[in-house]
Design a binder for this molecule. Sequence first.
Ligand SMILES: [Zn+2]
Length: 217
Amino acid sequence: MLRLLCVTAHPDDEAGAFGGTLLLYASRGVETHLVCLTSGQAATHRGDARDDDELAAIRRRELGRSAEILRLTSWECLHYPDGALDRQDFYSVVGELVRRIRTIRPHVVLTIGPEGAVTAHPDHSMVSVFTTMAYQWAARSNRYTDQLDRGLQPHRAQKLYYGASLFTPPSKRTPRRRRWPRYLRRRCASGARANPSTWLRPPAPARSSARPTSSPG
Ligand SMILES: [Zn+2]
């Protein structure tokens, strides 16, 4: 039985970024597993939720319904804080994912690209980094040896795929309370002025100041 593990940051990432893939492989008889790191309680669009706890409960219920529609074999929503994955203990979060990779033993791992997908959300970038390291370290017998002592075995998944985006919409702005430091904003602004159509142009031939000494004959 082939197995696929998808790791995301928020409830709805599984549908928005990977829904078609997850449903396709479920329909082909592949086991599909989902680990979502947060319950999305810091979302901008909050429905009727009165506080973060209520929103977290709503989004977990929605994730459960999404899992049914996508016919997931298993799903799990962990309790890391939404909007703060970049401030969590790196080794410990990766360890949580390594444990799940060593337990589920997927052939393929899916996660979001390090650019943060179309929204460039910092949590998306972080889940990418955490999952990439977990994919590597789950295979090594000298990482998280306490898990091996408890009976798990190292596991090397065959492939790691990113659900990535080349661009973010120009109207998408980072909320004010999460603004980046001024020096980073300046660097991003100067990057945005660059013309993407020039990125893949071959380099112009080098100009030589020396004049030809003879004409072709
Ligand atoms: Zn998200």
